[in-house]
Design a protein around this ligand. Structure first.
Ligand code: SAM
Length: 463
């Protein structure tokens, strides 16, 4: 394959050739923006963990115009050494992909209770974003097929602190039992990745026309497998970070044609410089060209399902054990119990929002659920050993004692080092800037640090 050579990035000529006829493509500008290799950093704030003085406040360079909580930064700071990053106060996310918010808000009434499936969810950028947009009465199922990636997803979901979420580790075809179950399905499909060439040179080396074809077949398989789980009148959102038509417009046409889905049109502010592409058969897609927008390459489109499919009754198989009255008294010292059900798996207690009890029971019966609601802790006779997820959560009882740490102490805590604090004995939340980081147990002669080993900062020094 012939490559065009530049001082830094070598773009595949066959990719450039394939893009020539696309609206918004400008070869020289496209090549130039890849040569410049500008690194754009953006973050999305967590609206449920506000009130904190962000360490990068002086480093903000303006809002991401299509997202309510997205901001560009002038420079990339060391997120590892910012305790508020570990407290889940923000997520570092590529700006173009924050456009999902527009798709959700324009295609749905997000104030109503919705059941949302984020099918290809790891590491969790779109899932944490969806959580910040939907109501508490809505439920998000955040799924990832690859086990190791599903664990990272779970960690990010826990950090974000919501309870109206279930994390699953399933193949798209496993959702066939949940016929007509979801109001919304988001497929942020695995793709050939050309949209990320500017930040990831390896993606350039790995790109090939044959991989585009493989990706496109896999995308079709994923869509076909999961579509029965979408409700009649439900909304499907499909996105990729590929520039290739085969993975974008051609998939859009295939979805509309094969499943009789109606393509949905979005309103765009011309200042956003996003390109609307209208396919050969009048379907809509939205392209983010890096030479036009301040972000990486991205494509998104949305559909409404209108076929008349009968929704089956979905059976519940598993019996769920709820905590006893006496156990709830213990749990209530840690959690504000209103509106919650406490379910047990052995001695492990999860809090499920009562409005989602039945949904969570259904999901548990049909999917490989690796996390649901909020993991409260382990019951040990008349005591509860709190879990890290409770420290990150909004359901925590505000009476739980909390000790404020200075920056260096907070970093030492996040490195899981021994720290000494001047605080009352017993379980305490270690906090920085009033944002809980995790648990510590203050004993008479030492403090035990309960920050999860797998999350600890491995680097030694503050930069
Ligand atoms: N939505 C994520 C976010 O915003 O953070 C990024 C998702 S990434 C573009 C695509 C995901 O699809 C990856 O996590 C990958 O492991 C997963 N994936 C790979 N093959 C898949 C398949 N056959 N079915 C479903 N998901 C798959």
């Amino acid at each position: 394959m012939y490559l065009r050579y530049f001082c830094s990035v070598q773009l595949p000529q066959s990719l450039l050739n394939s893009l020539q006829a696309l609206k918004g493509f400008d070869e020289d500008a496209f090549i130039n923006v890849h040569q410049l290799k500008e690194q754009i950093t953006s973050v999305r704030l967590n609206p449920s963990k506000h009130g904190s003085a962000l360490s990068f406040e002086n480093n903000l360079s303006g809002p991401v115009p299509w997202s309510s909580h997205g901001f560009y930064l002038k420079e990339r700071p060391s997120f590892t050494f910012d305790p508020l990053f570990h407290a889940g106060c923000y997520y570092v996310q590529e700006a173009s992909s924050m456009f999902l918010e527009q798709a959700l808000r324009q295609m749905l009434d997000v104030s109503t209770p919705l059941k949302v499936l984020d099918l290809c969810a790891a590491p969790g950028g779109k899932s944490t974003h969806i959580q910040s947009i939907i109501s508490n009465e809505s439920l998000l199922v955040s799924n990832e097929v690859i086990r190791s990636r599903a664990n990272i997803l779970k960690e990010n979901i826990i950090k974000w602190g919501g309870s109206n979420v279930v994390v699953t580790n399933n193949d798209p075809k496993d959702f066939k039992n949940l016929n007509g179950y979801f109001d919304v399905i988001v497929i942020d499909a695995p793709c050939s990745g050309s949209g990320l060439f500017r930040r990831d040179e390896e993606a350039v080396q790995e790109w090939s026309e044959s991989n585009v074809m493989l990706c496109c077949q896999r995308q079709q398989r994923i869509v076909a497998d999961v579509l029965p789980a979408l409700k009649e009148d439900g909304v499907l959102i499909y996105s990729t970070c590929s520039f290739s038509q085969e993975e974008d417009e051609e998939i859009v046409d295939w979805i509309a044609d094969e499943f009789y889905l109606k393509s949905l049109r979005l309103k765009l502010d011309p200042k956003w410089r996003i390109t609307e592409t209208i396919t050969k058969v009048q379907n809509y897609g939205y392209r983010f060209w890096p030479h036009k927008v301040k972000g990486e390459g991205f494509f998104i489109s949305g559909f409404k399902k209108s076929s008349i499919e009968k929704t089956m009754t979905i059976k519940v198989k598993n019996a769920i054990e709820k905590a006893s009255k006496k156990e709830i008294e213990v749990i209530a010292q840690w959690v504000t119990p209103e509106g919650l059900d406490f379910v047990k798996n052995g001695n492990t207690v999860y809090a499920w929002p009562r409005v989602h009890f039945e949904s969570m029971q259904v999901l548990l019966s049909h999917l490989r659920v690796i996390y649901s609601g909020t993991l409260v802790g382990e019951l040990m006779r008349d005591k509860l050993i709190p879990n890290h997820a409770l420290a990150m959560s909004r359901i925590r009882n505000p009476e739980v004692p909390q000790t404020e740490l200075a920056l260096e102490q907070a970093i030492a805590f996040l490195q899981k080092k021994d720290i000494s604090v001047d605080a009352e004995r017993g379980w305490q939340l270690a906090a920085y800037d009033n944002q809980p980081l995790g648990w510590m147990n203050v004993l008479h002669n030492r403090t035990n640090n309960y920050y999860p080993k797998e999350l600890r900062i491995l680097k030694e020094k503050l930069p």
